[in-house]
Design a binder for this molecule. Structure first.
Ligand SMILES: Nc1ncnc2c1ncn2[C@@H]1O[C@H](COP(=O)(O)OP(=O)(O)O)[C@@H](O)[C@H]1O
Ligand SMILES: [Mg+2]
Length: 276
C-alpha cells in the first residue's frame, strides 16, 4: 500500500510533477520546498510564500483584522480584542462581562472565540453571562486573547480565494441540515467546511461582482498576495468575517473530482506565481 497523504499534499505533488518542479517535503509533509530553474519557493502548512510575515500575523489575529479593515471603511464583522494573559484578573473579567452583558441585552446572543483560532474550533455561541464567564476562562486556558463578536444572523457565508488581487474561486458554504421531529433544522451553527458544511461554487454573476469587489478592498487594506477572504451576508449587507492567509481547500477538494480540479488550479497558479 502507498503512503497515505492529505489531498493537499497529493495536489502539490501532481502540480510539481506537471511543471517539472523539484518538490521536497519536511516534518511529516507540513513544510515543502520547491525548486525550478534556480528559483526556490516554500509552503508551510497552508501558508504560501506570497504573504509578508506582518500581514500573516494580522490575518491570524481576528480582532486586529477587524480594526485594520474597519479603519479603512471596509465593512467587517466586529471583533473586540480581549487580552487574557496568564491570569485573568477579577477586574478585567468584570469589564469583559459588562461588554458581554451589553451585547446580550441587544441581540440575545454573542460569539466568543479564540482570537487566533481556525477551522471553527474554539468558536462559541453564548446566550447568558454565566456561559460568557465559563467560556472566557476556558479560552484563557489555551490562548492569550479572546475575540468578542456581536451575534450576526448570517444568511450566507462565502469564501473568495484571491491571488494578487484577482479572485480565483468563490464558494458558498452551505451548512448541513437534518430533520428533527419532522422539522428541518441546521446540524451545526458554524459555516466551517471542517464542521460539516459543503462548499458550493457560486455562479450568481451580480453577487460575484459584489463579493469580489469587497474581497479586493479587504486585501488592499490587509495586503496578502494569496489569501481567502470569508464574507458573510446579513440581509442585504456583506461584511468580511475573516481573512485567512493560509488557503485551505482540503475539505472542498475532497468533495468531488470537479472540486478537486478547481482547488488544483488555484494551488497551481499560486505555486507558479511563487516561482515566477
Ligand atoms: N459574530 C458571529 N455571529 C454569528 N456567527 C458567527 C460569528 N462569528 C463566527 N460565526 C460562525 O462561526 C464560524 C467560525 O467563525 P470564524 O470566525 O470564521 O472562525 P474560524 O477562523 O475558526 O473559522 C463562522 O463560519 C460562522 O458560521
Ligand atoms: Mg472561518
Amino acid at each position: 500500500m502507498g503512503e497515505q497523504v492529505s489531498s493537499f499534499v497529493g495536489m502539490l505533488r501532481e502540480i510539481c510533477e506537471k511543471h517539472r518542479i523539484l518538490l521536497q517535503s519536511y516534518s511529516g509533509n507540513w513544510a515543502h520546498r520547491m525548486e525550478k530553474d534556480g528559483k526556490t519557493a516554500f509552503i508551510t502548512g497552508y501558508q504560501f510564500g506570497l504573504n509578508p510575515a506582518s500581514v500573516q500575523e494580522i490575518c491570524k489575529d481576528k480582532a486586529l483584522t477587524f480594526m485594520m479593515l474597519s479603519d479603512r471603511g471596509i465593512p467587517a464583522a466586529e471583533h473586540r480584542f480581549l487580552a487574557l494573559g496568564l491570569h485573568l484578573l477579577d477586574e478585567t473579567l468584570g469589564e469583559y462581562l459588562a461588554q458581554c452583558e451589553e451585547l446580550l441585552k441587544k441581540d440575545g446572543k454573542l460569539v466568543l472565540k479564540d482570537n487566533y483560532g481556525t477551522g471553527g474550533n474554539r468558536v462559541y455561541l453564548i446566550e447568558n453571562l454565566r456561559e460568557a464567564e465559563e467560556t472566557l476562562r476556558k479560552i484563557q486556558g489555551f490562548s492569550y486573547a479572546a475575540a468578542l463578536s456581536p451575534y450576526y444572523p448570517i444568511d450566507a457565508e462565502y469564501r473568495v480565494v484571491m491571488l494578487r488581487g484577482e479572485p480565483l474561486l468563490t464558494i458558498r458554504k452551505e451548512r448541513a441540515t437534518h430533520f428533527e421531529n419532522g422539522v428541518l433544522v441546521l446540524s451545526e451553527w458554524r459555516h466551517n467546511l471542517g464542521q460539516g458544511a459543503k462548499g458550493i461554487v457560486e455562479t450568481d454573476e451580480a453577487l460575484l461582482l459584489k463579493l469580489h469587489s469587497l474581497a479586493r478592498r479587504a486585501l488592499e487594506a490587509v495586503p496578502a498576495g494569496f489569501a481567502s477572504v470569508d464574507i458573510i451576508r446579513v440581509g442585504a449587507d456583506l461584511m468580511v468575517l475573516e481573512i485567512n492567509g493560509g488557503v485551505m481547500l482540503e475539505h472542498f477538494s475532497s468533495q468531488d473530482p470537479m472540486c478537486r480540479k478547481q482547488a488544483l488550479s488555484v494551488y497551481e497558479k499560486a505555486i507558479l506565481c511563487m516561482l515566477d
